[in-house]
Design a protein around this ligand. Structure first.
Ligand code: ADP
Length: 891
């Protein structure tokens, strides 16, 4: 087979993966494709754990170290079967806190500490870069194998670095295309995950096919294979239990902490319940992957020439037998393993690098602060893309300058041990509320340093650490020998570094957590993490669906009002080509909705509310704080508004009252004017008529006298009316000057009775008084007071309708002051008219008979007001009864 064919097949395969990823993205976007959320896809996506290192390397590992390779599969199996509750907690927290990466997890747990985010990111990049290099190497190596076999040998072998560069570039393009197409709220990549699931199937099928071919095609069945294994050096392998435990532990930890594993396990997880399936399906997958490892290794060792690389048996065995098709499949399996790992690792790392390093830098350089606006999104996207390119470039450079070959083979475990340093901070954060940021940072840095010093840096060979230093320690300090720290010898370097780094890391994490105090935010986040099952509920399933859109609509209606919310939803649905008013909850729509809502409730609140429904997320503490802030502002604003509106209401009430008064006054004025003109016209009319008769001179003496008398009477009445009006207007305008003097009440009454009796004709009124009681000295305007008395007495003379009219004047001292009651024996004033008699022009009897204009009592009331006293009608006294009250002289 020529390399050209190989390359074409690879390209077709890649194109196929593109299509899968593209289709899955489209489907997920449209809310279709229920199988995308199938637990099987999730389980298959976990298979990125099996990289090219395990695909090819497990056989090599078995050929060199017997069954030790099993530890690599055993660790994850134990986690899936025995520790799934840790996973469940991780997934729940990831969902509730919108965690985007392992760095984000650690930083969020410890009070959103960016320092921790940066530490973990750096650690992850350093730990993962060699691993990416390893994948590039395996692809190049496997291509070279074909090159060596085929006719066009030179093409690939001679130019391995160029091949690696092409592969790296191709992977960068794929990752950028499907890893950063849009910024999903939850950082999920349905396209990528689906493509990876497909690759998982390809690599499993490839390995099984090679295994079946080896067992039944080459060896002639299981019994023969058993005999071959028996004869091979694999059977001489001895179990080193310490090493076994250490390696199992290492792979278990790596399964939890590797950035790419965290990405597929937690970040890409769409439903917590998928874990239940994965907990048996993934161990099964691993079992199938490892099933034929030993047979392939044993048969390869037996059949292939001495010195051939056992790491490539999976390829070289079929090739040696001329099974080009099978070899091709095996190549695609290895290719799948390598590419899926690189793609997910690049996505995970780029998320970390852009979120914890690039964005904070960018935001601090830009002074305006953070706002989730369009340009921030663009910056994030660019940061992601550049980060992906940089991560792959690092991988390529590492491959190029590490010299490749054997040095890379051990890098898998080294990488695991590095990233495992996250474990104490992670588990401590999940289960121990006392864990603090300081503890996490100190533990991480210490563990990381030991790892770098004891394992990572020595892996570069003599270029970095001279053999001299490795055997005697730096500056001859024996206890600082990188592979025998504190004089502990006899352990394999990996185990040695793992034990020391984890011990020191965990111990310092614990100690510093005990002695340091968490910030309030840390405390709250700690509680949220540790008690996540009390704070959140399991999601029902897929994040996007009609139920969710409905929830959003209900909420939006509550906030924006029914019509507006429905219009927004209907427009959005129409835009998506749907009828009705339940659009798919695409990120664009959510963002738009959030923006709309934030107009009413503030940005933080809107974000929290939408997140609550879409993510099923427990609101993070920061969200809550922002919401509280906003609420506070709104409360203040609304209380201000309330105060203002109260003031307005008060003013309005005053205005209304004033207006009513004015209207009433205007009505009164009109009535008064028409009354006055009426009052004036009546006497004027008779004066005119009778004076005309007199002028005609046709009357005899007595008639003339009679008419002249009438004219005089009317003139007098007119004068009196004008006097009264003048008096009243002076009183009402308050322009009176009072002439206060001391006098005896009896004397004032005497004067009034005399004056009332003399005035005009009228019946004789029998006035009864108790002079002893009237012997009181008063200090007031006696003329005005007498005017009031005269009016009351005159009224009694005029209006008392009894056969023998009688008026009783009774003086008494009461609490309110000095009281003078005038009670006659007439029929009095009917109850409904009582309130009216003090009004101007109020007359109960007809005018002719009364002879008054109805001003007397009105004037009396004004006078009494001026004197500081009062006049009132007393009902129920047998006749008309008026009470005049004078303020007591003392007060
Ligand atoms: P006038 O100039 O008509 O006397 P007043 O204001 O003094 O006007 O009295 C108002 C009305 O009250 C009178 O027209 C009369 O109908 C009624 N009134 C006043 N005093 C008495 C009384 N002692 N008995 C019956 N009606 C009275």
């Amino acid at each position: 087979m020529t390399s050209n064919v190989l390359i074409s097949v690879s390209l077709v395969y890649v194109a196929f993966l593109f299509l899968v990823a593209f289709g899955a993205d489209k489907w997920a976007h449209a809310g279709r494709g229920a199988w995308l959320r199938s637990p099987i896809v999730y389980t298959l996506s976990l298979s990125i754990y099996c990289t090219a290192w395990t695909f090819y390397g497990a056989v090599g590992y078995a050929a060199r170290s017997g069954l030790e390779f099993v530890t690599i599969y055993l660790g994850p199996t134990l986690v899936m079967v025995g520790w799934w509750w840790i996973l469940r907690k991780l997934v729940r927290i990831g969902r509730a806190q919108r965690i985007t990466s392992v760095a984000d997890l650690i930083s969020s747990r410890y009070g959103k500490s960016n320092l921790l985010g940066v530490i973990v990111t750096v650690l992850a990049v350093i730990g993962t870069t060699p691993y990416i290099a390893l994948q590039l190497q395996s692809v190049t190596l496997s291509l070279a194998v074909f090159g060596a076999e085929g006719s066009g040998a030179g093409l690939v072998t001679a130019d391995a670095p160029a091949t690696a560069l092409w592969v790296a570039a191709g992977l960068a393009v794929f990752t950028v295309m499907f890893g950063t197409r849009n910024l999903d709220v939850n950082e999920r990549h349905h396209g990528v995950v689906t493509a990876i699931a497909v690759e998982a199937v390809v690599k499993l099928v490839a390995l099984l096919a090679v295994g079946i071919f080896v067992v039944w095609g080459l060896a002639g069945g299981p019994t023969d294979v058993a005999r071959v294994i028996e004869a091979s050096p694999i059977s001489e392998w001895q179990l080193d239990s310490g090493r076994w435990v250490a390696l199992t532990f290492l792979s278990a930890v790596a399964f939890l902490t590797l950035p790419r594993m965290f990405q597929v396990l937690v970040v890409e997880n769409v439903d917590e319940n998928q874990l239940a399936t994965a907990s048996w399906a993934f161990p099964l997958y691993l079992f199938l992957m490892s099933l034929f490892v030993v047979p392939i290794a044993a048969v390869g060792l037996a059949r292939l020439p001495e010195g051939s690389n056992p790491d490539l048996f999976v390829l070289t065995l079929p090739l040696a037998e001329g099974r080009d098709g099978l070899a091709m499949l095996a190549f695609l399996g290895g290719f799948s393993s390598a590419t899926s790992m690189v793609i997910v690792a690049a996505i995970a790392l780029s998320t970390m690098v852009s979120n914890h390093i690039v964005m904070p830098l960018w935001l601090s350089l830009r002074q305006e602060g953070a706002s989730v606006s369009g340009d921030v999104r663009n910056v994030v996207l660019i940061a992601r893309r550049v980060s992906i390119a940089v991560v792959l470039a690092f991988g390529y450079l590492y491959y190029r300058f590490s010299g490749g070959g054997e040095a890379l083979a051990a890098i898998g475990l080294i990488s695991f041990a590095g990233i495992a340093q996250v474990l104490p901070a992670m588990l401590g954060g999940l289960f121990w509320r006392g864990a603090t940021r300081v503890g996490a940072a100190v533990g991480l840095i210490a563990g990381f340093t030991i790892w770098a010093y004891a394992l990572f840096l020595p892996s570069f060979g003599p270029a970095l650490f001279s053999p001299e230093m490795m055997t005697h320690g730096p500056w001859g300090l024996g206890w600082l020998r990188p592979q025998a720290l504190f004089g502990v010898e006899g352990m394999a370097p990996v185990v040695h570094a793992l034990v020391w780094s984890m011990l020191v890391n965990a111990a310092l994490f614990f100690l510093f957590s005990l002695v340091s105090f968490p910030t309030p935010l840390e405390r709250l986040q700690g509680a949220q993490f540790v008690n996540v099952f009390e704070h959140s509920q399991a999601r029902r399933g897929w994040a996007r669906g009609a139920a969710e859109a409905e929830d959003l609509l209900i909420m939006a209606q509550r906030i924006m009002g029914g019509a507006q919310a429905q219009a927004l939803f209907r427009a959005q649905a129409a835009e998506q080509g749907k009828s009705g008013y339940l659009p798919d909850t695409t990120p664009e729509f959510l963002e738009r909705l959030e923006r709309q809502l934030s107009g009413s409730v503030g940005a933080a609140t809107a974000h929290a509310m939408v997140g609550q429904i879409v993510g099923g997320a427990a609101v993070s503490v920061e969200d809550l704080m922002a919401v509280a802030d906003e609420t506070q502002q709104m409360l203040e604003y609304s209380s201000q508004l309330e105060a203002k509106s109260e003031e307005l209401a008060r003013t309005a009430r005053k205005l209304r009252e004033a207006n009513e008064k004015l209207t009433q006054l205007s009505i009164q004025k009109d009535a008064f004017l028409s009354q006055i003109s009426h009052e004036l016209r009546t006497p004027m009319t008779s004066i005119r008529a009778f004076s005309e008769i007199l002028r005609d001179g046709a009357l005899d003496g007595p008639a003339q006298h009679h008419y002249a008398g009438i004219i005089q009477d009317e003139a007098i009445r007119l004068t009196r009316l004008l006097d009264d009006l003048l008096d009243l207007s002076v009183l009402e305008a308050g322009q009176v000057t009072l002439n206060i003097q001391q006098a005896a009440l009896g004397a004032v009454l005497d004067r009034a009775v005399a004056s009332a009796n003399s005035a005009g004709e009228g019946r004789v009124l029998d006035i009864r008084r108790d002079r002893a009681r009237e012997d009181v000295t008063i200090e007031t305007d006696t003329d005005r007071l007498a005017q009031v008395f005269i009016n009351i007495i005159a009224n009694a003379r005029k209006y008392c309708d009894a056969a023998e009219p009688r008026l009783t004047i009774w003086v008494s001292k009461q609490k309110g002051g000095l009281v003078i009651d005038f009670v006659d024996n007439g029929s009095g004033i009917p109850a409904e008219a009582e309130a009216m008699v003090f009004e101007k022009f109020s007359r109960l009897t007809d005018q002719q008979k009364a002879g008054g204009a109805g001003l007397g009592l009105a004037i009396s009331r004004e006078i009494m007001n001026k004197l500081g006293g009062a006049i009132a009608y007393l009902p129920g006294q047998g006749g008309a009864a008026f009470r005049v009250t004078l303020p007591s002289p003392e007060g």
